[in-house]
Design a protein around this ligand. Sequence first.
Ligand SMILES: *Cc1c(COP(=O)(O)O)cnc(C)c1O
Length: 407
Amino acid sequence: MASFVTHLEAAIDGTRLPHDQIQTLHQGRPLWVRYDLNAIREAITPGMIAWRPPTMWRYRELLPVPGDVEPVSIGESITPLLPAPQLAARFGLSHFWIKDESRLPTGSFKSRGLAMAVNMARQFGITRLAIPSAGNAGGAMAAYAARAGMEAYVFMPRDTPIVNQVECVLAGAKTFLVNGLITDCGQIVRAGADTMNWFDCSTLKEPYRIEGKKTMGLELAEQFEYSLPDFIVYPTGGGTGLIGMWKAFQELRALGWLKSDTMPQMISVQSDGCAPIARAFDAGERFAAPWVNAHTCASGLRVPAAVGDFMILDAIRESGGFALAVPEQRIASTMREASRLDGIALCPESAACVLAIEFLRADGRLAPNDRVVLFNTGSAAKYIETVPLNLQVLHDPKNVDFSALAR
Ligand SMILES: *Cc1c(COP(=O)(O)O)cnc(C)c1O
């Protein structure tokens, strides 16, 4: 059985491209993967999917890896949709959940996209991959490349969080620190392509990462029994997550699987230290000008220029949602305050989403009865530089002043 993919489509102008050969960008812009949705509707039902093993591969018909190919996998399990009652109470929301993506391999939702990108590269016989990464993408690509027996090159800015460096090294990737920004790392990957003959796995420069991210939306729909929530609050860097989820909802609607035609409003959250999408949204623009001097402790949000900017902005606007920037200086403290409420450790990117929900509750754009989902996109434990500890040391373990511990 082959896949249900019919063709690739340039997002910028709709040009059709064949999917039986490796494709990258069209006019410098990303591609959509298109499927024969009528054939998929004939082939499966939501009820059939419900019986399959709880991994992202249960949506096989809606994914590009051919059905008779065993995917390279390190356990991409369905992530839980967790109620968070204390946080919900603080927001004054009655229906609030956290979808916890930190449970995925390599501790972030990046594994969804890179699992797909690496599997598809393997379909095309590619054996050497390269990626620029300022956070979780490098480790995810490195892990799947290792599993697939491919060579991985990762280029990271020098100030990339240490754990992200460690995971690349552990996965055996040739890992380099670059005296520059993520854009400089991307430039190295482009410049070396001819000499090194590697495949560029940069965000959205190959078409399949979106398809991996799409499974977040497919899972969410299943977890909500095909009645989608009212709002999805999602931290936006390169935008693949938001774009992928929105694509999932379109496909589910076209399949006729959704119980209602009302789509969730997509809320894109950035830090005011790097907010190109929020700025373009406010200005009513379809393309986002690069952000100068991007800085944020939320490394996943430190994307000064996104090649899929118009796809992000289109999705937000089509959904009736919005984009907003929250104060950088409050992200780290919010990470700490919010994590302790329900025992779900939130990464800084998702702490930014907590701040966004507070603002939207305060200005009334979110109402108490709205059904709201926040994505915890990665593992908080990776951000050891972000959480100041200042722990008290008990110097004399035999002589502890217990009455002082509770202070
Ligand atoms: C990459 C990343 C983001 C940004 O996601 P996009 O889908 O690329 O916009 C958010 N959070 C974490 C933890 C990330 O690693």
